[in-house]
Design a protein. Structure first.
Length: 116
């Protein structure tokens, strides 16, 4: 049974930090590119960051570049998103995605709210 379980979301003040985690099970984790998506209320889900299966290659949306860092631990089957210097516009539900060829798995999402 495939599972992606996100954790680490919450309420944080502008300028603060959060670290999201996504624990995977039920598939060959180290074969999949991993991605974090964000969906704000009234908006479509958008790609925030992705990391290759080996962890060597990463990519970020322009709005988070320099503030967010994606990483993975293939031994622990976990992908992380370190979010620093958070802004109110970073508010949304964050979803973990595993992608390989035409296969996509999704987590249930974790809410991040940036507000004073």
């Amino acid at each position: 049974q495939v599972q992606l379980v996100e954790s680490g979301g919450g309420l944080v003040q502008p300028g603060g930090s959060l670290r999201l985690s996504c624990a995977a099970s039920g598939f060959t984790f180290n074969s999949y590119d991993m991605r974090w998506y964000r969906q704000a209320p009234g908006h479509e889900r958008g790609l925030v960051a992705r990391i290759s299966s080996s962890g060597i290659s990463t990519m970020y949306a322009g709005s988070v570049k320099g503030r967010f860092t994606i990483s993975r631990d293939n031994a622990k089957k976990t992908v992380y998103l370190q979010m620093n210097s958070l802004k109110p516009e970073d508010t949304g539900a964050y979803y973990c995605n595993a992608h390989f060829l035409s296969v996509d798995y999704w987590g249930q999402g974790t809410q991040v709210t940036v507000s004073s």
